[in-house]
Ligand binder design. Structure first.
Ligand SMILES: [Fe+2]
Length: 357
């Protein structure tokens, strides 16, 4: 299934083209099977990221020549701007970044004669039909932003000085917004009916405000986790050059999420708490603590360190697939979609760094 899709159509033609022309861009030599699998999984993750960031950009970003499609929803955009007046610009730039990530990764794979990631067969989800959406993409989405269950425990994980998921795999970090982790919520107006009442629309914008850093903290862990198993120095360079941009996104969104207005959605009871007041507040929740609190790293016998966490490499790709699936991001996709993602993840997780230590 995976091979059939990954090598379908244009990709095959391009791969053949590059296979005959290895020296043209200075790329000598082939990738190891493991390196190709690491990059291919990253490319698939970036395609998925791009798909939902494009949806955010159509409705709440800046629609221009760089990231085109959609005409925006003024009321939704205004609600997002309650979190930061620059929110539309940040959505636009994050979207642009993700598109370049998968485009580069796939082009690099093909330049080495390796198959790119291709999820086009699964562009079939409805998405928003609200006025402002890119109508030509209705029914052609890969990801679903309308039934999200958002795990906001990264908020307290990055504020903890005592626990690191790599050292404390069973530890449960508290949720910043417990309600978002116990139900299904939309992060974009599904139809024009979602534009009111005001606290419903603001809750949708707040959901987006927490969904964005939840995704980007995942990318912040994925790249350093995979990099530990790269064989070629150039593949390592790619992974450790893209990874920190995910972290730049994460910290930006983490800061914005802290500005989400406390409220209750009158249509479903979803509560966004005041994170600076009791029972929240303090080092675990305070909103301006956006830099990683130093925590135990590798061993409790060593001093605490300000780090990305987790970065355990074993099984990371499958972990990402499970995390995104549990989030509801693929709600509506057929079993073949999940099989393909699991295949890509299993291949990436089988990659081993080759050669001398
Ligand atoms: Fe990315």
């Amino acid at each position: 299934m995976k091979r059939a899709l990954a090598t379908a159509g244009a990709a095959t033609a391009t791969a053949k083209l590059f296979a005959d022309d290895h020296s043209s861009n200075g790329n000598h030599g082939r990738l190891s099977k493991g390196d190709a699998a690491l990059l291919r999984f990253a490319a698939a993750a970036e395609i998925l990221e791009s798909d939902f960031w494009i949806q955010y950009n159509e409705l709440g970003g800046i629609q221009d020549g760089e990231v085109s499609g959609g005409t925006g929803i003024p009321a939704y955009t205004t609600a997002l701007q309650q979190l930061d007046s620059d929110f539309p610009q940040y959505i636009h730039d994050n979207t642009d970044d993700e598109i370049t990530h998968f485009t580069f990764l796939n082009a690099y794979l093909m330049s080495k004669g390796a198959a790119p990631a291709n999820l086009d067969a699964f562009r079939m989800l409805t998405g928003s039909t609200a006025t402002g959406v890119n109508t030509s993409l209705i029914g052609k989405r890969l990801t679903n932003l309308t039934q999200l269950t958002v795990d906001t425990s990264w908020w307290t994980r990055y504020r903890s000085s005592a626990n690191n998921p790599d050292l404390d795999p069973g530890f449960v970090f508290p949720q910043a917004v417990p309600g978002l982790f116990s139900g299904q919520f939309t992060a974009i107006p599904r139809t024009n009916a979602d534009l009111g009442p005001p606290n419903h629309l603001q809750a949708i914008a707040n959901t987006a405000g927490f969904h964005m850093p939840t995704i980007e903290q995942g990318g912040s862990s994925l790249y350093p986790s995979m990099a530990q198993r790269a064989t070629s120095a150039e593949v390592l360079r790619i992974l450790i050059s893209i990874g920190p941009t995910e972290t730049m996104h994460f910290q930006t969104w983490s800061d914005k999420a802290g500005n989400a207005p406390p409220l209750t959605d009158p249509t479903n009871g979803l509560v966004f708490p005041d994170l600076n007041s009791s029972p929240f507040g303090g080092e675990t929740f305070q909103t301006n603590l956006i830099m990683p609190e130093p925590c135990p790293f590798l061993s409790r016998g060593l001093p605490v360190c300000s780090i990305i966490r987790p970065t355990e490499t074993k099984g990371v790709a499958m972990g990402v697939v499970k995390f995104l699936t549990a989030m509801g991001l693929f709600m509506g996709q057929p079993p073949a979609f999940f099989e393909m993602l699991k295949d890509l993840a299993a291949d990436a997780d089988a990659a081993k760094r080759e050669g001398p230590d």
